[in-house]
Design a protein around this ligand. Structure first.
Ligand code: SAM
Length: 253
């Protein structure tokens, strides 16, 4: 099928595959300057805990040995900064994101935290990374893959740029199946988050997209199958906070 004829989801809307990225870019252009504040408010600070769990799994070496992390859809740099603080003098991170506004916020934060010598920011698309084959020791993507139009292509790119023996880690919103919590979570998602988005960023629609896109993302087992299909081995996942989030991992062997 011609790419122009294929459709995908943008939240609950079906859109041509080629248009999703433009719509996603508009979302993050609109919210970039208040993105970090909104994360704290709408997750009641929990995103910090989930990100710390990801860094614990990543376990960057504390030594002087070189270790190169690629954080894709890294936005304002949260994962890279946490990893840099946990890693040793040999640690370097590259934050790759498609959105210039998010990267600009990230660069300013890196300077403010004196991490700009160890974390660099590069514009790029997860579906077509500009890095050579086998050039990184770990690949992370947090709350990013859901936004990428062709997830299977991005996963194959992740595999390509990783050195054999290195790790893929993906943190993403998932499916809440706990009775009681699911209704509460839906209520909070649809009744609280978009109005909160309007109050803080002036943009409710972007946060409506956020809550809808979460519902359209594959369940943990289906996503694990996609990671395996991209070539990764020993794929597993951990459910966090009753299924609000899942942390998937795999190895390029
Ligand atoms: N990882 C950061 C975090 O956890 O705070 C930012 C996550 S933010 C929800 C999603 C990010 O994905 C945005 O910065 C957006 O620009 C980026 N993004 C969306 N599509 C992308 C693509 N195709 N390639 C790279 N980045 C993309």
């Amino acid at each position: 099928m011609d790419r122009r004829d294929q459709t995908t989801h943008f939240g609950y809307r079906d859109v041509p595959l080629g248009e999703k990225q433009t719509l996603v870019n508009e979302v993050f252009h609109s919210v970039a300057s208040r993105y970090d504040l909104m994360n704290d408010l709408m997750s009641i600070g929990l995103h910090r805990v989930w990100k710390d769990i990801m860094i614990t799994q990543l376990n960057p070496p504390k030594s002087e040995a070189p270790f190169a992390l690629l954080d894709v859809a890294g936005g304002t740099g949260d994962i890279a900064f946490r990893a840099a603080k946990a890693g040793g003098p040999g640690f370097r991170a590259t934050v790759c994101d498609i959105n210039a506004d998010m990267l600009e916020v990230g660069r300013n934060r890196a300077r403010a935290q004196h991490l700009d010598d160890r974390v660099c920011f590069v514009a790029g698309n997860a579906e077509a990374l500009s890095f050579p084959d086998r050039s990184f020791d770990a690949y992370t993507i947090a709350f990013g893959i859901r936004n990428v139009p062709r997830i299977d292509v991005a996963l194959r790119e992740a595999y390509r740029v990783l050195r054999p023996g290195s790790r893929f880690l993906c943190l993403e919103f998932s499916t809440v199946d706990v009775p009681g919590l699911d209704r509460l979570y839906d209520l909070f998602s649809f009744r609280v988050i978009p109005p909160l988005g309007r109050a803080v960023t002036g943009d409710a629609e972007s946060y409506q997209y956020l809550v809808e896109s979460i519902r359209k993302f594959p369940r943990p087992n289906a996503f694990a199958e996609m990671i395996t299909a991209a070539g990764f081995a020993r794929v597993k996942w951990e459910i966090l906070s009753g299924g609000i989030v899942a942390l998937h991992s795999g190895w390029r062997l």
